[in-house]
Design a protein around this ligand. Structure first.
Ligand SMILES: [Zn+2]
Length: 106
């Protein structure tokens, strides 16, 4: 099932968002609003806070270490990447899809 709510995400995803939000001085009541809102709303912070959201609609987890494709798609894991992009092969790792860490501002 497709996830739309932040409350449907794992503890780790919510904790990562909250951690970054505190770092960037969001107020706790604002943070609580985002944590009970839609995933799409927190996506707007991805560059500033340095996280990405998995593009597998059934996953949507938030991470700052994961996989980036040449087409700028982002996935939390190889399993999610291979579920959405059917034709990824062994050789594509390191040439088309890269393990990546994101930092605030990137
Ligand atoms: Zn995923």
């Amino acid at each position: 099932m497709m996830k739309t709510k932040v409350s449907e995400l794992t503890f780790n995803s919510r904790a990562l968002f909250e951690h970054q939000a505190i770092l960037f001085n969001l107020k706790q009541d604002q943070i609580d609003e985002y944590l009970t809102g839609n995933i799409q709303e927190i996506a707007d912070f991805n560059i500033e806070f340095g996280f990405r959201i998995c593009e597998n609609p059934e996953c949507r987890e938030i991470f700052n270490e994961g996989f980036l494709t040449e087409d700028s798609d982002t996935f939390c894991s190889t399993a999610c990447a291979e579920k959405i992009i059917y034709n990824i092969e062994e050789d594509d790792y390191g040439t088309y899809i890269f393990y990546t860490e994101w930092e605030p501002g990137s």
